[in-house]
Each structure stands twice: as C-alpha cells, then as structure tokens.
Write a protein that binds this ligand. Structure first.
Ligand SMILES: Cc1cc2nc3c(=O)[nH]c(=O)nc-3n(C[C@H](O)[C@H](O)[C@H](O)COP(=O)(O)O)c2cc1C
Length: 177
C-alpha cells in the first residue's frame, strides 16, 4: 500500500513521536523511496552529502539485528529498517563531527517523512557505541571507514505511541540569556 501526504508541515512536526509498536504490515518500496528523498533533502555542511543509507527489508535480517541490539527490539515488528550511515572522508573538513551532524539532520527528515506518510519510526542508537556499530557493520557489510549512525525502524504504527509535550518556555531566552 502506498500512502499520500495529508498533513501540513507544522502538524507533522508536532505529531511526530517515537513509534515502538508496529502492526507488522510491510511498507511499500514507493514509501521508502519518498522517505529517502526526504532524507537527502536535509541540510548538510558546505553542501557536501556524506550520508549513505542501508535499507533492510528481509525479515530474517530484521530479526537478527533486533535480537542483538538492546534498544531496537521493536525492529522485528517493523516492515523495514534504515541504517543511516555517514562517511567522514566525504564530509566538510573531512570531519567526523560534521558527518554526524549531517546524518542527524537526514535522520530527523526520515522521522518526519514517516509521520507525514502515516508510518511510524524511531531513532535507535548505534553511534557512538563501538560494539553496536561494529555488529551492524559486520552484518550489513558496511565499510570500516563509514559510521553507522543509527537504525531507524519504519512500519505501520499500532496507535499506542503518542507525541510527548516537550515545549517549555523556560528554555527560551529572548534577546539575551
Ligand atoms: C540520539 C538519539 C538516540 C536515541 N536512541 C534510542 C534508542 O536506542 N532506542 C529507542 O527506543 N529510542 C531512542 N531514541 C528516541 C528517544 O528516546 C525519543 O526521541 C525521546 O524519548 C522523546 O520521545 P519522542 O521521540 O516520542 O518525542 C533516541 C533519540 C535520539 C535523538
């Protein structure tokens, strides 16, 4: 099934939430492609685009990854997982920090695009945990000089996960701190 975008951008931002409960229904390749277009529309330092994406849809691999990743157990019930990777050698100043920042921008676009399409997603951390990064590198043949930043399950939400209110006026300083 392919979904269509219905909500305006600010509603999507407010309604995005980490989705950890999935129906198990598979996600169409068209929707994954829309999400990847959104990822690569993110800002990137000096207009360099050091990001790479590994799209995992095979059930056996999704199960294997979820079995070994302590904070990504929900992956086995999602239709797809996207590993957002970055290549520091291709980033501004060949800097790991710029690469990570670029990857984080792309990741947020993925989370928002999923919400816009009526899908659910959640950032599950790989970086900076070397053990998790190496495990995913080995399983998915990711080169040593590429950093797997996170693994984002994408699937149909059961509806159990709700947006959390984080707005707090105390965190804003108008004009001066
Ligand atoms: C850098 C980063 C790492 C995260 N790692 C995990 C993770 O490993 N597993 C997980 O379930 N959620 C993870 N999250 C999601 C956060 O727990 C979630 O964003 C936070 O609780 C706020 O909830 P919300 O996304 O629904 O607003 C991570 C989020 C970020 C930004």
């Amino acid at each position: 099934m392919e979904t269509t975008m219905l909500k305006d951008a600010l509603t999507v931002i407010q309604e995005r939430k980490s989705v950890r409960n999935y129906t198990g229904e598979s996600v169409s390749k068209k929707d994954i492609e829309k999400i990847l277009h959104a990822a690569m529309a993110a800002p990137a330092a000096v207009h360099l685009t050091p990001w790479k994406y590994v799209v995992v849809s095979e059930k056996v691999m999704l199960k294997k990854l979820s079995a070994h990743l302590p904070h990504a157990k929900m992956l086995q019930h999602a239709g797809t997982g996207i590993v957002v990777c970055v290549s520091p050698a291709e980033a501004a100043s060949q800097s790991e920090i710029y690469a990570i920042l670029d990857g984080a921008c792309a990741s947020e676009n993925i989370l928002l695009a999923a919400e816009a399409l009526g899908l659910g997603a959640v950032w599950t951390a790989l970086y900076p945990n070397k053990e998790l990064m190496n495990f995913v590198r080995n399983e998915l043949d990711i080169p040593q000089n590429v950093i797997p930043l996170n693994l984002i399950p994408i699937g149909y939400p059961t509806g159990e996960d709700k947006p959390q209110k984080k707005y707090d006026a105390k965190n804003i300083h108008w004009d001066v701190w």
